[in-house]
Design a protein. Structure first.
Ligand code: AMP
Length: 225
């Protein structure tokens, strides 16, 4: 039996994490955010965490093989279920696409993979990231915004609506680091998409520059129905 796997592609701030959370909460899907996984390693000061701490703070990408191995570990676990999967933030380079395709062909042939690409300008991405707050509870990680018109404000100031934990800033969500993150993302974007296309993985794309409910409804209409 086949198992659906969506790859959410888009620059930081495009709404991949928020869309993932809506899908997880609404449909009970399983999501891996490779950025959150990296931050978890750093917070827990694991060997991997110590190795990648500086790289994340500078907005660069961590090693392709290390990243692919982390994703492989997660896939080993979640492919024992038949639940739809979301990969948020992986693959991000041509090398990662190649390793992902090799890995799924050999180990997870049941996965029916589709790419969802969120389009957003650099200016909007920077604005969203510098005004966003994230729940400090690692099991929650809900995303909020300080912007009044975002629809993502928290009901109580600096407190998570979902679990009541305090909200905080990610260390790499500063304007300066964001410029690096966007530059790195854009550098890999077109080659990575070409590589996904070459691997015959279908890509559906739409703008992420709308309120998150509209992004979610567009995704549901375009992909699930
Ligand atoms: P994100 O939260 O997805 O913006 O990721 C935060 C940071 O985690 C990135 O700037 C990278 O340093 C690292 N990271 C996340 N996903 C990947 C990936 N697929 N490949 C390499 N580094 C990654």
């Amino acid at each position: 039996m086949s198992q659906k796997a969506y790859i959410f592609v888009g620059p930081p701030g495009s709404g991949k994490g928020t869309l993932s959370k809506l899908c997880v909460d609404t449909f009970g899907w399983l999501q891996l955010s490779t950025g959150n996984l990296c931050r978890k390693h750093i917070a827990e000061q694991t060997d991997i965490g110590k190795q990648i701490d500086f790289i994340i703070k500078s907005g660069k990408l961590i090693d392709d093989q290390l990243m692919t191995d982390m994703v492989d570990c997660w896939l080993e676990e979640v492919t024992t279920t038949n639940t739809t999967l979301i990969l948020d933030g992986f693959p991000r380079t041509v090398e990662q696409v190649k390793r992902f395709v090799e890995m799924t062909n050999s180990k997870y042939p049941q996965l029916e993979v589709q790419v969802i690409r969120l389009l957003i300008s650099d200016d909007v991405a920077i604005d969203r990231v510098v005004t966003r707050y994230v729940c400090s509870n690692r099991a929650c990680q809900a995303v909020f915004s300080a912007k009044n018109d975002s629809g993502l404000g928290s009901k109580k100031e600096m407190v998570c609506d979902y679990c009541g934990s305090l909200l905080g800033k990610r260390t790499d969500d500063t304007e300066q680091v964001m410029h690096n993150r966007l530059q790195v993302y854009r550098k890999h974007e077109s080659d990575m998409l070409a590589c996904l296309q070459k691997a015959h993985i279908p890509v559906v794309e739409f703008t992420g520059e709308m309120p998150i409910e509209d992004v979610f409804n567009t995704f549901v209409d375009a992909v699930i129905r």
